[in-house]
Design a protein. Sequence first.
Length: 403
Amino acid sequence: MTRHVVIVGGGIVGTACAYFCARQGMAVTLLERRSLGYGASGRNPGWIYIHGRTPGFALEIARAGRAMFPELLRELPGGFEFRASGGLIYFVTPDQGRVFEEFVAARRADGLDMTLIDGAAVRRLVPPIREDVLGASYCSEDAQMVTSTFVAALARGAESMGAVIREGVTVERLVLDGERVAGVQTDDGRVTAGATVIAMGAWSTALLAGHGVDVPIGGERLQVMATTPQPFWVEPLVYGPAATRQYALFRDLPSWDPGAFSDEREAGEETTLLPLLVQRTSGEVLLGCATDYPGELDPHPTLAGLGQIARGFAEDFPSLRDVPITATWAGYLPFTSDQAPVIDEVMPGLFVAAGHAYGNSAGPVTGKVISELIAGVEPSFDISDCRFGRPLDPIVVGAPTHW
């Protein structure tokens, strides 16, 4: 078994790899260019989402990851913020309601704990929502966390078993020993290892391309704003009706009509609104997400994107109009053309764990599988859909992705 592993990337996937490799008894060094959770993991709303995952690989890995959280809460030193909160997608017109009836029936046939609830139930669960909401799909299997606290807990767990975590270190290239990858060259020297793991999300492509390894991963920019703590309480994750456009599970339904889910507030905008709301234990409310696909990975929000979020939520949550905003940011959701990550040994000694469009749920599973691949044991989760070398389309700048 490989004794020394170097992991590049300090997000949820990288720290999960560090934790599970250390738990296998490996010597682990994790390198992060900025700070742990700086990228997608520290900038997403923390959804552990089952509601809209497509049957097959996406749903299976999401459920497998969701099932790991109770054990990780017990194991990881210092804990992290996690709630088994459920989630809903609300609707406001009868035409939308007919689509939701079909959606709930289909999801129940897939084995999900899903129900169709009425407007009164939605208003009880989401007090600041508009009065004319007619109902929602509700899934008890959805959960949420503050992802940055989970990343920190995974890092503490890895360090407690001897892992070394170095922040502020930039990896410049891979180090080769013949045809085998033998570590990385950084701006602070060389780190040699028997196994090298690239877990840099949307930033993985550029590093790998320098060595002839083609892993096309795009980045969907998600813009978010946060409010001051609020006295009302919203327990579930909340999606608005326009979010349904993102999911094939809705678009493929017999009653689906794009016109019923169009959003006039997007007219003339370069961003589209994926309307979501989540309230953290502190009372802070996160509002999002204006989405776009710029060519450069720029983790900053735009005035247009933030304005789109503000207009959307002022209409659907009128009591939030005058709530103070304390922070705004943007993060990048990595994705591949088939929406499955790459989890594989792509060259001798080089492992890739990147391209997770739903890393909050898939991240822990990925960390465990990578540790098993390095140890030379049969993976505990089937990663056939994640293998390197499968046909993947190139990423087109500006072209949206759907799940």
